[in-house]
Unconditional design. Structure first.
Length: 196
């Protein structure tokens, strides 16, 4: 890794991501017509062993991935807790408790993809708008780490962003990992330096 996150970079990144996550949470609240509360993002660079541990969380989380490119490139991996996921999908589809139980898993998956796109995709876009980096993000897809040929730990500069979303009807946790290709993190840090 060519650069580390200084305390100033971390604080600025946290502040900018907090703004963009707040906007994403507001968008989700309007979609669900429910109050959404979020914690302040916890941000850190992670190493290969931490990424390996994250991949082992497949039992507790749904995983989505979104490629991004433009001012920087890489992949956005989002973990969405299975606990609360079905409840939120039911709310999105205005289903009662019995209908929620009978809801096909494909419908739950579609809702989780929408949530992933809102929370993570919009957050990364929001960050890039604030630091004036052009970015295109592909739609998310669901994947299982255990079925992938390449491991997350093969990426060079991963940043882990953890945020808890609490929605009136369910506690729902997300973890977003921004996996930068090439010098993507350096590009972000250069833009952050201009803000400092």
């Amino acid at each position: 890794m060519s650069k580390e996150l200084s305390a100033e970079h971390n604080d600025t990144l946290k502040e900018l991501l907090n703004i963009s996550m707040g906007q994403a949470a507001d968008k989700l609240a309007r979609l669900l017509n429910l109050h959404v509360t979020l914690t302040v993002p916890a941000i850190k660079l992670v190493d290969k062993s931490e990424l390996d541990k994250i991949e082992e969380m497949e039992e507790a989380y749904h995983f989505t991935r979104q490629s991004f490119y433009g001012g920087m490139s890489g992949e956005l991996v989002t973990l969405l807790s299975k606990k609360g996921g079905r409840v939120i999908a039911a709310e999105m589809n205005q289903l009662d408790a019995q209908q929620a139980e009978d809801m096909p898993s494909i419908l739950v998956d579609d809702c989780l993809l929408d949530i992933s796109n809102i929370l993570s995709g919009a957050s990364l876009k929001g960050l890039c708008q604030q630091i004036e980096l052009n970015l295109k993000i592909q739609p998310p897809t669901i994947f299982k780490p255990s079925e992938q040929q390449h491991r997350l730990s093969e990426w060079k500069t991963p940043i882990l962003m953890e945020v808890d979303f609490i929605i009136e009807v369910a506690e729902f946790q997300t973890k977003t990992i921004i996996l930068f290709a090439d010098n993507g993190l350096d590009q972000v840090l250069v833009q952050l330096d201009e803000l400092l």
